[in-house]
Design a protein around this ligand. Structure first.
Ligand SMILES: C[S@@+](CC[C@H](N)C(=O)[O-])C[C@H]1O[C@@H](n2cnc3c(N)ncnc32)[C@H](O)[C@@H]1O
Length: 185
């Protein structure tokens, strides 16, 4: 099992060391053993903090055997989403996505990472859930991964959520600047 993330993980120096350690760990041979001929969107050497914060990498940058399946699953999910994400980019200068009932925001965190690091395209992902605890987990993790500029959170039950009012509030607060596409991820 991957040990849980700790306060040590939040230390920027530790994070930088970890990123470098992970890049060194993932030699061509190790990568080939993990992905074969495929070219997944999210590689350990390119997304060390993301994968660490999703519980898929050890502190030494290696991937525990029991996490390999999950790693392949997340790349599969991202591959399925890519046509939709590209469509959204073709439609808007900034992609805005509201993840309704985001929970721990596992998938929207991946999407936020894709926009920031893979596409390098302006995006605002907003996770909404009525659990302030889960929203807190999502926000903390996004901050640790360096996604706080792309991924924001809001605590609210969905049935009272006024999306248009929320957009106005976010615009006034400088947190967003236009209409959101709403998705349950
Ligand atoms: C299965 S989880 C979502 C998982 C998330 N998509 C992910 O990728 O990690 C479902 C979430 O719906 C939230 N939820 C259920 N009913 C809700 C409601 N009426 N308003 C807001 N959130 C709600 C729960 O708090 C829970 O976090």
């Amino acid at each position: 099992m991957v040990e849980g993330t700790t306060h040590t993980d939040a230390d920027p120096r530790w994070l930088q060391d970890f990123a470098e350690r992970t890049k060194r760990y993932w030699t061509d041979d190790r990568l080939a053993a993990l992905i074969g001929q495929r070219r997944p969107a999210i590689l350990p050497s390119e997304a060390p903090l993301l994968l660490r914060c999703l519980g898929l990498l050890h502190r030494d940058g290696s991937m525990p055997p029991d996490r390999v399946r999950k790693y392949r699953q997340i790349n599969h999910m991202v591959a399925l989403l890519q046509p939709t994400l590209r469509e959204l980019m073709a439609r808007a200068d900034t992609v805005r996505l509201l993840d309704a009932a985001c929970g721990r925001s596992y998938l929207s965190t991946l999407v936020a990472w894709m926009f920031k690091h893979r596409y390098q395209y302006p995006a605002e992902i907003l996770g909404v859930d009525f659990s302030s605890d889960l929203v807190g987990v999502s926000a903390d993790r996004a901050a640790r991964i360096g996604l706080a500029d792309v991924f924001k959170t809001f605590v609210s039950p969905l049935h009272t959520l006024d999306v248009y009012g929320l957009e106005n509030d976010l615009r006034d607060a400088g947190l967003a600047s236009g209409a959101f596409s709403v998705a349950c991820m």
